[in-house]
Design a binder for this molecule. Structure first.
Ligand code: GUN
Length: 297
């Protein structure tokens, strides 16, 4: 039976550590501040953003919640980002994705100041991660790395298999695993929708990261014993007439087989949110040229 990896508890430890880092910044007269930009009426996105704001409040990070709606133009969004880029009191800018259909995503990401890009999605920050000099690691894969570290799960020399190649999770996860650094040095395979014989690749994994966005498509029969299963999926499905959240991994059968597994919810999700706070505190410290003690990595 797998050990359950408790992302909620590890995220709480990280928030506690960040609370201390915020106090160090306060002593220098700096209050870290995150601007959350929500251009959507989607209730799930509204909920994610409001959870991010209350996380900020818990650790002493200020927030801005500028006015923009799903009906506004791309130009309105560019103008807002420019204002936030130029505001010295704002250290981090999070534009919640996805954007409405009439707004193209990449030009918006490109416009965020790389120094304030706490998602780590700007091409400059992507490039810095790839060359081994990360500024802001994207929150979900960074959260996975911190979670593995908290459970003393060694990555060096291990076979890591990432299922999914999104810019938000799959690609940066693979880049983190192949870094010549602590929490990296893994032999990494990236699988995707065109991968042939997915099952044999998944079976090789010492560490499996499921991030394809397909509900419960990996089950216990596809994994080897001793595999560490990290489930990034958050899929809303209907069960017994009610909507419920499931991962990309079928938990009940995988739990029987794996050596450790993250639950959904309560695994990777809380870590993603904690790493957004981490990046915001780091952004505030870098912009003010102040050293603070951040939780490890
Ligand atoms: N939408 C889903 N995940 C994310 C994320 O990590 N950052 C942003 N900005 N939007 C998202």
């Amino acid at each position: 039976m797998a050990e359950i990896i408790d992302g909620k508890a590890v995220a709480q430890d990280i928030r506690d550590g960040l609370g201390n880092a915020v106090k160090e910044l306060e002593e220098e007269g700096i209050t870290p501040c995150l601007a959350t930009v929500l251009m959507s009426d989607d209730p799930a996105a509204e909920k994610y953003v409001s959870m991010k704001q209350s996380d900020c409040e818990e650790v002493g990070i200020a927030t801005r919640d500028p006015e923009i709606t799903a009906e506004d133009s791309a130009e309105d969004l560019y103008n807002l980002i420019e204002e936030l880029n130029n505001d010295p009191e704002v250290h981090g800018i999070l534009v919640q994705l996805p954007l409405p259909d009439h707004v193209e995503e990449q030009p918006v990401i490109d416009q965020i100041s790389p120094q304030k890009d706490v998602d780590g999605f700007h091409p400059e920050n992507v490039g810095k991660l790839v060359i081994g000099n990360p500024r802001f690691k994207p929150c979900t894969p960074h959260g996975v790395q911190m979670l593995l570290d908290a459970y003393d799960i060694e990555t060096e020399g291990k076979d890591a298999v990432v299922v999914g190649r999104s810019n938000i999770v799959g690609k940066p996860m693979a880049n983190i695993f192949i870094q010549k650094a602590d929490g990296g040095n893994a032999t990494t395979t990236v699988c995707h929708s065109r991968t042939q014989d997915l099952e044999s690749k998944v079976k090789q994994a010492d560490i499996l990261v499921a991030a394809a966005g397909v509900a419960e498509f990996i089950d216990g029969s596809m994994i080897s014993e001793d595999t560490i299963v990290i489930d990034v999926g958050t899929n809303s499905v209907e069960r017994d007439g009610e909507r419920t959240l499931v991962g990309d991994v079928e938990f009940e059968s995988a739990e029987q087989k794996a050596s450790a597994i993250t639950p959904v919810p309560g695994g990777v999700g809380p870590m993603t949110r904690a790493m957004l706070l981490y990046n915001t505190v780091k952004a505030a410290a870098l912009q003010n040229d102040v050293d603070v003690s951040l939780p490890k990595q």
